[in-house]
Design a protein around this ligand. Structure first.
Ligand code: GTP
Ligand code: MG
Length: 290
């Protein structure tokens, strides 16, 4: 009962509630498909639902900025992407795994497959997001910590032979001393890097260190995508404000940024299926038909 009240209020289910509802994890698409249509929509396409429900709150000016969402794959496409992140039954070799860590680019694994890097301020939730993405592969362990500055190296993870995902150290507070050298050389020279997911805390918004990284990415002509994290912590009103501010920032201040932010929670798994599909899309592993 508590879960249902909470769900109808926030439309985002806390992780613990999945079990109470008789669902196993909450990170699987099949679990989300058992939710009521509106909860399912909120879980799978958080930005879409947020925009739909908040239209009345918008001032006329802001309404002009409302546009049709660009990345809305079908549930079948979400399912296809999810399969990439599941260990195939009976497979002799490990499909998904931690590969290695690098302090310098010459320690990085060979760049033979497309790659996506998770970048953002210390504590924004990079490692947690990778952990949520790999939640269907129990053999992959991604370290998460409450202490900012926990990740010190570039950590590489493979998803079959399809692509690599890279967990980067955070910038800003307690960043590694050699952060700029390590990460900027990586961003400049890594041929296989297809997209940087730039994580921004949805309750905090873009901060001065983020602006510095955004201008570096723009100068280096690196394609990147804004990902608003920790959506479970902010109210719907604040989330909506963050999304709107972000959309306006992307439109006015960027050229290399994907024109639509993604909204995720690594705790409730809201938006995780969509993010998996986005990664599969930018790495060219599956093609979105719509
Ligand atoms: N409520 C909530 N907390 C989160 C979420 N994602 C991460 N956190 C918390 O934020 C803290 C930092 O998470 P990490 O994933 O280690 O952050 P990071 O960006 O990898 O941090 P560094 O490696 O230090 O740069 C941890 O206490 C997480 O539990 C989320 O979606 N919701
Ligand atoms: Mg980390």
């Amino acid at each position: 009962m508590w879960c249902r009240v909470l769900a109808s209020r926030t439309r985002l289910l806390p992780k613990a509630c999945w079990r109470t509802l008789g669902l196993e994890h909450g990170d699987k698409l099949s679990d989300a498909l058992q939710l009521t249509p509106s909860d399912r929509l909120a879980h799978l396409y958080p930005l879409y639902t947020l925009q739909e429900n908040m239209t009345e709150m918008l001032a006329v000016e802001a309404k002009k900025d409302q546009k049709k969402l660009l990345f809305v794959p079908s549930e079948a496409e979400l399912q296809q992407a999810e399969q990439l992140f599941v260990e195939p039954a009976g497979s002799a070799r490990t499909h998904m795994a931690y590969v290695s860590s690098a302090e310098r680019i010459d320690h990085a694994p060979k760049s033979t497959v497309p790659e996506v890097c998770f970048l953002g301020r210390s504590n924004v939730g990079k490692s947690s997001l990778l952990r949520a993405i790999f939640s269907l592969a129990p053999n992959v362990y991604v370290r998460v910590s409450k202490t900012p500055g926990h990740t010190k190296k570039l950590n590489f993870f493979c998803v079959g032979r399809s692509f690599l995902l890279v967990d980067a150290p955070g910038y800003g507070y307690r960043a590694p001393i050699d952060f700029t050298e390590m990460v900027s050389v990586y961003l400049k020279t890594r041929q296989s890097l297809k997209n940087v997911l730039l994580l921004i805390d949805s309750g905090v918004g873009i901060q001065p260190p983020d602006r510095a990284i955004i201008s570096a990415l723009e100068n280096m002509n690196v394609s990147y995508t804004m990902v608003l994290t920790k959506s479970d912590r902010a109210s719907r009103r604040d989330l909506f404000r963050s999304v709107l501010t972000m959309q306006q920032f992307i439109k006015k201040r960027t050229t290399g940024c994907f024109p639509e932010p993604l909204l995720v929670s690594s705790h409730t798994y809201a938006g995780i299926s969509l993010l998996r599909c986005f990664i599969a899309h930018v790495t060219g592993t599956i093609w979105k038909s719509t």
